[in-house]
Ligand binder design. Structure first.
Ligand SMILES: C[S@@+](CC[C@H](N)C(=O)[O-])C[C@H]1O[C@@H](n2cnc3c(N)ncnc32)[C@H](O)[C@@H]1O
Length: 466
């Protein structure tokens, strides 16, 4: 059975409304016709990529001007910012960023040459041509690493496709603001419901994982068509996964402290261990905001007679160095001091093997370093599937893979489902969690309900080939 999950854009609306032009609900300006006749007169304009044979299904729907202001306000755009609008339409976000928010520079990347022409004309009328640039091209292949703010109004699927690139090329702290569409299990740092929508874009058709917050198919944080307009913001996190080591001062003298940070996009947590007399160990709870890290530690068990112990940190990560202030409280003693930890170097390259969640065979993940980037391939039987949603988090990595994807749809077998993995390299051993969310019996897979239960396991794959 094949299930199509293509981005629908506005085709559905057009089918209902025929050739009627639909205006975005503007507060101060008259309605702007946003549905344009395409060559076949369907009343919708879809961009076609020139650089790729794949037709882009992201339609042109303009963000209302008041929502443009809300997006730029949410991103706190100011004079030092470089704003990129990916799929910039008639240039309204780009122009407003410099004209109304004083951004240093703003750039639009847009595939449609007609919209590029219109944007340049609009920039000319607004008197901002010296601070804006419109690049006619594909947003998936053009570079936007200079951005300090990225704006999106694209769709769930394009957002998911963009996120590994955004994570890897954007500086930690870069703000990503999306109009309406989320990024699956990468939960936004903040969501705003700004107003009621008149007509927007429809994201995706139903899929069995739209309510599952653990997988990229999750659409629970997106507004529903016709109800509200949602804006979402993510702060690009620094890659902080790995093993961090530093010395801490305790009442028993200086001791070695080791922290293991596991990272899933903006979610960070882990464990700590203090060697020496106290031998304390427990969990680390962390918050990450760009390269700003705060963590606090809780003990697994209270070692008698050592008594109460707490450790809190507030500081920054820069590459493999973490620096800030560490507060250690033991019984009645609080010791606060400047603190530094260094991260172990990690090299994941190689072929890693572990038992498959949906069968009795082994499966593999091959990780290679190409042009300073990690490239991963999932191998099962004689099939090799590129893992495009892969994140190098420094001393660890995170990935998601929809097994069974076929073109724009999904071919359902007992192996079909989301495979989600996260690991940290500890002295050559990879340790983390592997999760498998099967499509299960909903689609007639043999095995009944058991088959559709997620399998969440500690992950300790074996390195079989460096
Ligand atoms: C929903 S509109 C958003 C326009 C504008 N950002 C706004 O909010 O008013 C999406 C835009 O992305 C453009 N687009 C679609 N695929 C693209 C691609 N592969 N590269 C660049 N632009 C693309 C479309 O032509 C369209 O103008």
């Amino acid at each position: 059975m094949k299930m199509s999950r293509s981005v629908l854009g506005i085709a559905v609306v057009v089918a209902v409304l025929g050739s009627v032009y639909v205006g975005c609900a503007e507060t101060n300006t008259p309605p702007v016709p946003v549905w344009r006749a395409n060559p076949v007169g369907a009343g919708v304009r879809c961009a076609e990529t020139n650089t790729s044979p794949v037709r882009s299904s992201i339609p042109y729907v303009a963000t209302r001007h008041d929502t443009v202001r809300d997006m730029l306000w949410m991103a706190n755009v100011g004079k030092d910012d470089v704003v990129y609008d990916l799929g910039s339409g008639d240039g309204r976000i780009v122009i407003a960023a410099v004209r109304d928010f004083g951004a240093r520079r703003a750039v639009g990347i847009e595939i449609d040459p007609e919209l590029i022409r219109e944007s340049r004309e609009n920039a000319h009328k607004a008197g901002v041509t010296d601070r804006v640039e419109f690049i006619q091209g594909d947003l998936f292949t053009n570079d936007f690493r200079q951005a300090s703010v990225v704006t999106l109004f694209l769709g769930h699927k394009p957002n998911i496709r963009l996120r590994p690139k955004m994570f890897s090329i954007l500086k930690p702290g870069t703000r990503i603001v999306s109009h309406q569409f989320g990024m699956g299990e990468w939960q936004p740092d903040k969501t705003l419901t700004v107003r009621t929508v008149f007509l927007g874009m429809v994201g995706e058709m139903w899929n069995p994982f739209m309510d599952n917050p653990h997988v990229p198919d999750y659409t629970g944080n997106e507004s529903h068509f016709g109800r509200s307009d949602t804006l979402l913001i993510w702060i690009v996190p620094a890659p902080v996964a790995g093993i961090w080591r530093g010395k801490i001062e305790t009442s028993q003298g200086p001791q070695d402290c080791q922290l293991i940070f596991h990272q899933r996009l903006s979610r960070v947590g882990g464990t700590f261990q203090i060697s020496g007399q106290t031998k304390l160990a427990g969990d680390v709870h962390a918050d990450i905001w760009g390269n700003h890290v705060r963590f606090w530690c809780t003990l697994d068990a209270m070692p008698m007679p050592y008594g109460q112990f707490e450790m809190r940190f507030d500081g920054h990560v820069n590459g493999d160095t973490m620096q800030g202030t560490l507060a250690v409280s033991e019984k009645d003693r609080l010791h606060e001091s400047a603190w530094e930890a260094k991260r172990d170097k990690a090299n994941f390259a190689g072929t890693w093997e572990w038992p498959c969640a949906s069968g009795t065979r082994s499966v593999k993940l091959r990780i290679e370093r190409r042009d300073s980037h990690l490239v991963a391939t999932y191998q099962d039987r004689d099939q090799a599937v590129p893992v495009t949603d892969f994140y190098d988090c420094g001393g660890g990595f995170y990935f998601t893979l929809l097994i069974g994807r076929q073109g724009d749809g999904v071919r359902i077998t007992e192996d079909t489902g989301w495979l989600i993995g996260e690991g940290v390299l500890d002295h050559g051993a990879l340790r983390g969690t592997i999760e498998f969310y099967p499509y299960g019996d909903m689609h007639g897979v043999p095995g009944g309900r058991e088959a559709s239960r997620p399998v969440i396991q500690n992950w300790a794959p074996r390195l079989i080939k460096p």
